[in-house]
Design a protein around this ligand. Structure first.
Ligand code: CMP
Length: 140
């Protein structure tokens, strides 16, 4: 297995409920290292750009509204098989379908307020990391 990096966000629904530490601990307890982290309050333009792939979807407006409603923690996670591992740790997008023990099962409120985002493939991980971080901000 290879050491990979993936992009992660702790979304506003979670930061508003003071869950930054609790969610970060789940990553660390599962062997992922936080090699970059910052707290941002994203603009409408940043949220629309980040989620541009979803711009034709009916939930796009709600998604952008939620992501600009409070602070987000953007992070780079590093570890063995980090991309797939993080998706397993997060659980299904819809918390109603998330497995026991996953972050979304434990903390998410709804599909729109699902507490975390994680990259789904190596290409998107590279794009999403570069969207929020310069190379010098990532310290392994
Ligand atoms: P995320 O992994 O950040 O990727 C896109 C987000 O869109 C997703 O998590 C959800 O928060 C949101 N999303 C996906 N489907 C719906 C939906 N049907 N209604 C509202 N939000 C959705």
């Amino acid at each position: 297995m290879a050491i990979e990096r993936t992009f992660s966000m702790i979304k506003p629904d979670a930061t508003k409920r003071n869950l930054t530490g609790a969610i970060t601990k789940v990553f660390e307890d599962n062997g992922l290292r936080i090699v970059a982290s910052k707290r941002v309050w994203m603009s409408k333009r940043e949220a629309e750009g980040f989620y541009a792939v979803h711009k034709e979807r009916p939930f796009f407006g709600e998604l952008v509204e939620g992501m600009t409603s409070g602070p987000t923690i953007v992070q780079v996670l590093e570890g063995e098989n980090a991309i797939l591992k993080n998706r397993e740790i997060m659980g299904a997008t819809n918390p109603a379908q998330a497995a026991e023990g996953t972050i979304r099962k434990q903390f998410a409120l709804s599909i729109g307020e699902n507490s975390v985002h994680g990259s789904d493939a190596p290409e998107t991980a590279a794009e999403e990391i570069a969207y929020w971080f310069s190379a010098t901000e990532i310290v392994g």
